[in-house]
Design a binder for this molecule. Sequence first.
Ligand SMILES: [Zn+2]
Ligand SMILES: [Zn+2]
Ligand SMILES: [Zn+2]
Length: 327
Amino acid sequence: MDSPAVSSIHFHNAHVLPEPDLFMHTPGGNRIPAHATILASASPVLENVIASNRVVKIHGVPDGAVTAFVAFLYSSRCTEEDMDKYGIHLLALSHVYSVPQLKQRCIKGLAQRLSTENVVDVLQLSRLCDAPDLYLKCVKLLRNRFKAVKETEGWKFLESHDPWLELDVLRLMGELEKRKRRVRKWREEERLYVQLSEAMECLEHICTEGCTEVGPYEVEVGRQKTPCSKFATCQGLQVLIRHLGTCNRKLKGGCLRCKRMWQLFRLHSSICLCQNSCKVPLCRQIRLKMEQENMKDDARWKLLVRKVASAKALSSLALPKRKLDQS
Ligand SMILES: [Zn+2]
Ligand SMILES: [Zn+2]
Ligand SMILES: [Zn+2]
């Protein structure tokens, strides 16, 4: 048989290659002529087979997959069309015959072609062929589209024939879910640090130049002033500061809003870099008081201070902010 793959090989290499000296036998009964030296140099497994036998029999895949396999051994290339049709078989062949280049190509190609319909097949094969990255991709797709996958023949087959694999997949899906939750929590914390650092900037800005409703004694504030760039935060802070001056529940540090404002003052004192020239009220006094109370030994407070300080440093350096809601 003169397969398209080999005839194209002849076309490219006619002037270099001698006559083929062996045949690859396909499951469909076709024979593909090939060169022992080329097969041996592309695959150590084939090298062993050829050493004792001039006939190489390939089992368990469609004939077209064998042709595509041989074509890859000659050219190190695989067409997208072959990947569409035979990606799964080529992955199996690359694993069995130990052709790492083709294996990488298949892992990439199959990952791009993963679908609800083929995910269970690819999953099983990626486990058999020791392709953990592809396996994990399958599990991720399963997690995202589990409802649809559960209805496929593939999954039903898996349920009744490979309970261990099913179990492993369910376990991994659980772990992915947990990791997703951890990442979400971490992002929420990061967002809080960024908000707090913004509040710190606004506090300094209100106490030095003044904003629409609150400012230092010597600065005239007024509603006609144009709102500052962080007005959403700044406005909330101004409301809190005004409240602090008028709250009638002064005992025990005041109401919840007062406590929140005092917390922000404390945070400011912990990260303030201006020391004596600072315009924020009680900045120095609060710092001294905290030192007396050993508040700096509180690990959670220390962490908060460090995170807010670094978030503030980052934003004042005007570095591009990481996209917080990117998933
Ligand atoms: Zn402002
Ligand atoms: Zn209050
Ligand atoms: Zn200060």
